[in-house]
Design a protein around this ligand. Sequence first.
Ligand code: NAP
Length: 484
Amino acid sequence: MVSRVIPVDPFDLVIFGGTGDLARRKILPGLYRRMAAGQMPDTARIIGAARGEIDDSGYRQMVRDAIQTFIPKDAIDAKTLDSFLERLGYVQIDAKGDGGWSDLKAKMRSGMVHAFYFSVAPSLFGTLAERLHKFDMAGPDARIVVEKPFGHDLESARALNDSLAAHFDETQIYRIDHYLGKETVQNLMAVRFGNVLFEPLWNGQYVDHIQITVAETVGVGGRGAYYDRSGAMRDMVQNHLMQLLCLIAMEPPSRFDPDAVRDEKLKVIRALTPVEPHHLVRGQYDVSGTEPSYRDDAENPRSRTESFIALKTHIANWRWAGVPFYLRTGKKLRARTSEIAVIFKPTPHSIFGEASSAHRNILSIRLQPNEGIEMFVTIKEPGPGGMRLVDVPLDMSFAEALGPDGEDVPDAYERLIMDVIRGNQTLFMRGDEVEAAWAWTDPIIAGWETRGDVPKTYDAGSNGPEDALMLLHRDNRRWREIRG
Ligand code: NAP
């Protein structure tokens, strides 16, 4: 299959926090890869900004090191890298001060897209927006990109939204959720809305339940102090799992346009039912061999923050009446995997006897590892022995479907940054979506805080606490296996 990379318009991209971990690990290597793929125009320029006292050549050296660290050697072309580095510059700026802003303004060229990536702590978002306005860089050509976490609760998210809205229109604000940049997530929309096959079955008449799992094998070591103020509910459910749930549950938008899609997602969040305390299980990983416990990692021996959460919720509308949505995410689990599974109901009448009623169609959308979509269908087990049934996947793995070019599929950050330059907000969260998600999350957290809830411990490398298994067993259902 011939790769169809369409170059974006010329741009100046400023990365505030351009020397930080995210910039070095994801943003800059991602930009390099887009250039190598031929998507970045020759006139594109990237400017790093931070407080550190370095000059352009020091910054280029830092970025060279980052690219050589975070991109495999055989995927780096020396000439392309040199030419990428030539596009880089650096400005010393303290977001809280007035120094350096005029230098930055002088570097911005007119007649092209101006994108400002806020890869700094959220406490600096408001002041960056304010300074950009003050130094005359918040005009209609400007776009700002903000990172997670977007707020700690509804009140702080509103305050953040207000601080950005004071200087930028909503159409200029790109709130990143990198889950939305994944190839499979977009394919989920293509599969749902580009085929006639699924829509008639996409409702409570045919769907038994939906499971969304995001399992990690790593603990919180290294960012324990940050994580301990957050927990799995704020760090994962309120944003990533919620976004996945929206895409799977939303009504077909009238067109594939940013506001049409986001309007539908918002309706889903607003229709989510409150979570009953007995429909939610919180967990914390325990010591395992020489591996530290969550409390060790968080350096907080009394921490009640959850590193695991499993919950059941419903969407109160006609399509999803009676269909439970089970969400589960955690650290130090058996395998690293992200999956959305749509489990369909059994056939209404089995002509093959009792045993066949256990067979279900399952649509599995895998985000990692091996991004792809599998549809499990029931067939006859091959060979002699009568009519024995077995469930097998109709597999659609992108690497295979797209041929060798499939390997060049941009990663989430690359795709999202290019979307910013294109001015396409479809895969970015709108302010009202974020607030609605917090409005659902806040009472859940307030509930366990009032009750003094203590998370259940679970073994590292397990499926999470026993109670999480019971959440489904009680409903006569089972979690999908966590497999890498
Ligand atoms: P980091 O490694 O601590 O880097 C922070 C960057 O901000 C540095 O370049 C720092 O450079 C700069 N900075 C700090 N204070 C500043 C100020 N007053 N004015 C101007 N620049 C300032 O943080 P990070 O991990 O890259 O995270 C950046 C943002 O991305 C955060 O909002 C984080 O929550 C989010 N995020 C990060 C990841 C990740 O994997 N790292 C993932 C998702 C979201 P100086 O100290 O030299 O100024």
